[in-house]
Design a protein around this ligand. Structure first.
Ligand code: PGA
Length: 253
């Protein structure tokens, strides 16, 4: 299984010129991406321009609607992303849940639509600081997974067709990354839930990523020590040099 390093640019940068410059710096700076799949998820508006010449980079969306087309002002559908050349789509990110009131049930509909369009969902799950303090992490993650994957098997949501990103909300953008020990324990738990939903063998094939203040200093610990299959990188992916360093430390593993 290749290590997957995903850049989540969120709502950045504010011009196509900057987006193209960041993209080409990353693309040109990666010397060796053997065994690493590098995925860039820019804002929708920049997708066509960046997809013109992605070279070895893979491109993904940051969200997608659950219907293919119709009267849904402002939405972008999975077939549209597929048609442009995207391969991945981030779903259920905590910022979508928080600022756009996205519910697990909607994430479930999106998961099915994205997989039906032959795109790979990156399913984000994670607990808040408060839930963590109350000892509710496992309960929250179990519920998010079960709901997002509800009736998944009957919708061809095979375990090999998606990626799970454990993104503790308290670690996102705070500089307080989760320790590799804790991330490893959570990943073992996530795999157990996946085994209950599918089976042991299938669960073992789902890549589990970590996200939340990941940077070039801590990147290796998640891959090497916590046995995770990749990273979802926000802030640190907006600086080409830092993002390239993350890829390099992971290739070195
Ligand atoms: P961060 O964001 O790396 O800036 O913490 C990660 C994410 O939200 O995907």
């Amino acid at each position: 299984m290749k290590t997957i390093i995903i850049a989540n640019w969120k709502c950045n940068p504010t011009s196509l010129k900057e987006a193209e410059s960041l993209f080409s710096s990353v693309r040109g700076g990666i010397k060796n991406s053997e065994n690493v799949e590098v995925v860039i998820c820019p804002p929708f508006a920049y997708l066509p321009a960046l997809l013109k010449d992605p070279k070895a980079l893979i491109i993904g969306g940051q969200n997608a609607f659950w219907e293919d087309k119709g009267a849904f002002t402002g939405e972008i559908s999975p077939p549209m992303l597929k048609d442009l050349g995207c391969q991945y789509v981030i779903l259920g990110h905590s910022e979508r849940r928080k600022y756009f009131s996205e519910k697990d049930e909607e994430v479930n509909k999106k998961m099915k639509a994205v997989v039906s369009a032959s795109l790979k969902p990156i399913l984000c799950i994670g607990e808040t600081q408060e839930e963590r303090e109350k000892g509710e992490t496992k309960k929250v993650l179990k519920s998010q997974l079960q709901k997002a994957l509800y009736k998944a098997t009957s919708y061809k949501l095979q375990a090999t067709s998606f990626v799970v990103a454990y993104e503790p909300i308290w670690a996102i953008g705070t500089g307080k990354a989760c320790s590799s020990e804790e991330a490893e324990k959570v990943a073992v738990f996530i795999r157990k839930i996946l085994a209950d939903l599918y089976d042991q063998d299938t669960a073992s094939q789902v890549p589990i990523l970590y996200g939340g203040s990941a940077n070039s200093q801590n990147a290796q610990s998640y891959i090497k020590e916590a046995n995770l299959q990749g990273l979802l990188v926000g802030g640190a992916s907006l600086e080409a040099d830092e993002f390239i360093k993350i890829i390099e430390t992971v290739v070195e593993k």
